[in-house]
Design a protein around this ligand. Sequence first.
Ligand code: G3H
Length: 541
Amino acid sequence: MINQQLAGLFPPDESGIPADYRIEPIHQREYLLNGEMRTWNGPVSEVYSPICLPDAEGNLQRKLVGSFPVTGPKQALEALEAAVAAYDNGRGEWPTMSVAGRISCMETFVGKMLEQKKLVVNLIMWEIGKNLADATKEFDRTIKYIYDTIDTLKTMDRNSSRFRIEEGIIGQIRRSPLGVVLAMGPFNYPLNETYTTLIPSILMGNTILFKTPKHGSLLHYPLLEAFRSSFPKGVVNSMYGRGADVIPPVMQSGKVNVLTLIGSSRVADQLQRQHPKLNRLRSIMSLDAKNAAVILPDADLDVAVSECLLGTLSFNGQRCTAIKIIWVHRSVADEFLRRFGPAVSKLKPGMPWEPGTQITPLPEPTKPDYLAECIQDAQANGAAIINEGGGEVAESLFKPAVVYPVKEGMKLYREEQFGPIIPVVAFDDEEEFIHYLITDDHGMQASIFGTDTNAIAKLIDPLVNLVSRVNINAQCQRGPDTFPFTGRKDSAEGTLSVEDALRSFSIRSAVATKDTDANKDILNEIVGEHKSTFLSTNFIF
Ligand code: G3H
């Protein structure tokens, strides 16, 4: 049933939207292919914001933000061919360009990207409902990621700008590109997570096809021209359309060398299987997660409450790194819930542009029904919502619900809810928690809350072998972006971070010769007369 108080948080009409954040629908009719903005006259997909306005009858309707092309398999294969041609089996202008040359193109791109900041941030708010502070942070974090990646690449290049002499062999070892990269980003960090794979792929000399997510697609449009004018033709190609139509022919061609996806393990499996030569495909993926927090009997509950609030509900819990289940020792469960429940209910729901808003409209139209279903399932099995207002809904606005006691057999125990529900489990023995992690399909991160160093240490050792990051008295999170971001089981394949991503999207190649005078003369002449880009001692300052 629609909650009228929540419904009243949507703007009553256009005048209720602050002038700075109003948006005229953007109808994208072009896409980037082979260095050109191609005009599109075919079918389009309309983009409806999770932000609603009442219609004449007073019913909340999602606001139209614009539309984008639904291109088909033909355009997808054209994009693939453009990327293949630009790579040209490693002989293209881009893969053979010096690292300094590639960095210079990327710097041009960042300058142009910065010019689009206001529009992109506004589109992040409108398309996925992320609040203004977090949308701005997403943009700024992406810019910082690009600059950090450039700096790290310079360091890597400097370290490889020299010869090694070992066991009578002289060699130079550098990282080389892999080929054509198919990149797909998620809706929850549509800019940041897409770019944390796209940018290192491009910088390492690969050529790219990138498919925008269903929610969070339009915000890439203002950046297509920046890509077009900053890189040689065919290096960056956009792909629109339904994944089920456009991805299979591209994968089945066998011409994709790297698949990078931030999404579900189910989709990842389907996509990988379509490649005819799996051994030739490298996959870099961040997938499902059900990060768990464990609250030990002696935990500082103030810290546990504030970190669990951030961990479970930043961006309404729609983060792969969100804490998606809390295990609390039975001796402190009541006290934890007595503090946590009201803190959750106090989070401010509202429109993304309103200062201090913490709970915002959800972009996936089916999500509120799914969340309600999870709650009903838990209730039918003996759990209850323990916070005031939890589970109240008005179209896309959903008030976070703390559900307790959650047990094996309930959807919330195993499914990744990816939204504002916090399942809480009571336990008596830490072994129950460890057993949960062992039997879980996921293995991204966990958080331990406690003060007893013996108890914390006893958990750290098994946990580091079950997940990829153990946070102590802190929420789960990806940052800092220089830390490895990965997971076990169904949670990831490969590792991302500023440096790891550069390595993931490249392979080491070596040029080697026997240490003889004749060979040294050859090397000296090639290097001295700058005859090769790879075999070179040029130093990037
Ligand atoms: O959705 C997954 C994001 O990479 C999480 O990043 O932990 O910084 O919010 P974050």
